[in-house]
Design a protein around this ligand. Sequence first.
Ligand SMILES: [Zn+2]
Length: 456
Amino acid sequence: MTVNQSLETYIEQSRAQFENLLGQMVEIPSISMDPDKAHDVRRMATLARQILTDFGAEAQIVETGGHPIVSGGWTTSTHHPTVTIYNHMDVQPAQEPEWRRDPFAFTNENGIYRGRGATDDKGPALSVLFGARFAIDQGLPINIRFLWELEEEIGSPHFAAGLKKRTEIPRPDSVVISDTIWIAKGRPAMPYGLRGLVGARLTLRTGSKDAHSGVTGGAARNPLAELMEVVQACVNAKTGEVKIPGFYKDVVKPTKEEIKSFLKSGFQVKRFKEAYGLHSLRTDDPAEVTRRIWAAPTFEIHGLTGGYHGPGVKTVVPGHGELKITMRLVPNQTPEKAFGLLKRYVAKLNPDVKVEREGMLHPFKGSFDGPYVECVKRAAKAGFGKEPAFIREGGSIGAVVTMQKVWKVPILFLGLSLPEHGYHAPNEYFDWGQASGGMKAFAQYFSELAKMGRLG
Ligand SMILES: [Zn+2]
């Protein structure tokens, strides 16, 4: 039997075990956000460790001060390259009224696996594990490690602390993240970049309370109008262009190759508008839409509070106003610098406006080409019959930036989820097509890495 034939057979023979394990995992409501579910998150960690040891891997539960991390894998030799695959075992809450069944009662209808966490991210994690076991059984010269987080859905507050435990979570030679969504079924799409973020609250107090506009209006300052004037100076509302001096200085524009690759992902403007209920966009050109959502920074207003918000009109001059904004950032911007530019500019525009920072995440840019990217290409081709499109993600994954900062190793993405699987949505599911393709893709990826050996 060739390796390919034996891989096909292995996958078919593994199906029942895969379905049984996925069922056990989905039926644990490991909702990291819910303090009442801390016991279930812990049970999930215990089951995850058990699965790894049953597969013949070494595994441990690593304490972080919050929910733990499960770390484990196979070490074949210290001379072999080590790859760590990151997934997470915590899930979103599942209170949406649209759920047709109990979200934590797993069902399997001919390879459609329903339940919260099936696609985000338990199904992909398990697919990777099956692909890894095959690679190890083949005697490939590679060390494969798993890093299964249990706080991803709450922004990874203790992840950095966990990574510093070098004996339990050793530094690998490279990392793969398997927690992302393709743009369209049948077209593998792998991100290589993420936007960053910095939030701010802009507050302006011009009086101790709201006053009557018939009595004070004309003489009293209006903080809401003044905040809107600040906004107008910061962003062109029609085009989205940010007007803060120096804001674009560090932005690395995507190349023509990158934009071409974005368009190969199966992205469609019409479907994008439908999915998010958007009536119209600033542009309908697909190249421009993908550039804007994946590779360009933004200045967004999320809310303006102060004054009167009830029915009808109440004639007050507000005593204070508050503006909530964030700026999405791209390589090589930094949240610290973007915030500094905003603060300085606002001080010049209106020295009475107070600017306070609210959370920040650095942008991430991995490789768009190079040996590891070639491995991802061959893996996707082996698993799904097609080379992937390389895209970027408009959002942020805190754990990725942390791994880059702490380990300084190449980080690649090989996601297995489809948009219709319903990340964070009711009636979430995963399917055997993506699972079996994922096992093949990862088995191929590990064999490519083994061939490459240890670089530098
Ligand atoms: Zn996820």
